[in-house]
Structure formats: structure tokens, C-alpha cells
Design a protein around this ligand. Structure first.
Ligand SMILES: [Zn+2]
Length: 89
């Protein structure tokens, strides 16, 4: 699995709680992948996204970051919502 430099830097910033969450997500994703596609090399990239809640009186927008995993499966671009791995400041 090839890790982008950006992703490696991001993982280094995580504390123990975040790392354990990420480990669980990766394991679950790997098991699902190997169960359906018979394994194989894949490249997963993580992207963060700030989200607006839409409330006009909200002073904390945008919220997040919320994390998404992107990968290719049978030539198609797939994505999965991972949730908020890092607490809001
Ligand atoms: Zn808001």
C-alpha cells in the first residue's frame, strides 16, 4: 500500500485515541475488501472536509474536519464516510 506523504504526516499528528479509531476503520475496511475482492493491492487516500450545518445563528461553522476515505475498486472511484476522527478545537 503506497502512502502519500500528506497522509503519513497526518497520521504522525494523531494521538493514541485517534490512532486506535483509525486502526479499527482500516481493519474493518481491509476485511471487507478481502472478503469481496479476494484481496490485492489497493491505495486508499484520506481527505478531510469542513461541513456547514446551515443554521443561520451558528457561530462555529464550518464544522469538522470530517474524514472520507477514497479508493478505486474494479476501476471505479469509491468513497466512505469515516466520521470526525479529530475533535473540534
Ligand atoms: Zn454550524
Amino acid at each position: 500500500m503506497a502512502l502519500e506523504r500528506e497522509l503519513v504526516d497526518w497520521v504522525r499528528e494523531l494521538d493514541e485515541h485517534d490512532l486506535r479509531q483509525l486502526q479499527l476503520l482500516i481493519r474493518a475496511h481491509l476485511e471487507r475488501q478481502t472478503g469481496t475482492s479476494g484481496g490485492g493491492e489497493e491505495k486508499v487516500s484520506l481527505r478531510s472536509q469542513m461541513v456547514r450545518c446551515g443554521k443561520t445563528e451558528c457561530t462555529r461553522c464550518p464544522h469538522g474536519p470530517y474524514w472520507y476515505a477514497y479508493w478505486r475498486e474494479d476501476g471505479k472511484r469509491r468513497s466512505k464516510y469515516l466520521g470526525r476522527l479529530i475533535e473540534e478545537g
